[in-house]
Design a protein around this ligand. Structure first.
Ligand code: HEM
Ligand code: HEM
Length: 180
């Protein structure tokens, strides 16, 4: 099926989508790796700081993406798809956006309740929190729980995208840059 030019995401939406996807895959990989590094080693501190810095960078891009999404509607749903698929995609996308907002928020707030504070690529950010193990545990638990749900949603999302790519039904190309 050939997709009409109008039935695409804007160039900005496409660039932001793939930039966020790249950052999120890196963040999940580093996040899962770093928590297994032995405590009180320089490597652990280095990876934690990298994760927090990339996480804050991702938060900025995510806010841009959400702002863009509120200003510009996505292309209309394809009529060629069964209704259950469009409904499933809408629910999946809404939950992905929720995770995209909650992940950096819980990570940042949780990290603010320790004595180190948060650095952004070496630059110490204002430390408004205090040493509070109970609050840190709460936000850390939420961060880990949401990470699990997020990974599940991403796997579903990628499987659906690859299915559409295989079917060549035009859905995948909506989120790809048009050749000029
Ligand atoms: C890894 C992190 C990813 C996240 C958080 C993510 C998130 C999202 C979100 C929220 C949307 C809805 C856009 C909107 O309507 O505003 C979307 C659309 C889309 N994504 Fe992803 N995505 C990710 C990775 C991928 C990957 C790896 C692929 C391809 C293999 C992909 C393919 C697509 C496609 C084709 C659409 C458009 C679907 C449609 O037109 O209904 N995404 N993505
Ligand atoms: C989209 C953004 C983010 C994603 C996808 C992400 C993902 C993850 C993942 C998958 C883990 C491993 C969880 C586990 O142990 O099972 C993790 C852990 C962690 N993340 Fe993030 N993260 C993000 C943003 C942030 C930010 C902005 C910060 C802090 C500024 C942060 C701080 C931490 C910390 C301290 C841990 C270690 C476990 C904990 O104490 O919660 N993360 N993250």
């Amino acid at each position: 099926m050939i997709v009409a030019p109008a039935a695409r995401y804007t160039r900005t939406a496409v660039v932001l989508h793939w930039l966020i996807a790249l950052l999120v895959v890196a963040l999940i990989s580093i996040g899962l790796y770093m928590t297994d590094i032995p405590r009180n080693t320089p490597a652990r501190g280095w990876y934690y700081n990298l994760h927090k810095s990339l996480g804050l960078l991702a938060a900025c891009v995510i806010l841009l993406r959400v702002g863009w999404r509120l200003r510009f509607n996505p292309p209309p749903d394809s009529h060629a798809l069964p209704a259950w698929q469009t409904t499933a995609a809408r629910i999946n996308h809404a939950l992905l956006y929720l995770c995209l907002l909650l992940m950096p928020l819980t990570g940042y707030v949780g990290s603010s309740f320790n004595k180190y504070g948060v650095k952004f690529f070496g630059l110490a950010l204002p430390h408004w929190g205090w040493e509070d193990p109970a609050l840190r545990e709460f936000f850390s638990g939420a961060h880990q729980l949401i990470a699990g749900a997020f990974i599940g949603l991403i796997l579903l999302h990628v499987a659906a995208a690859l299915y559409h790519l295989y079917r060549r039904d035009g859905v995948f190309t909506r989120m790809w840059l048009r050749r000029s």
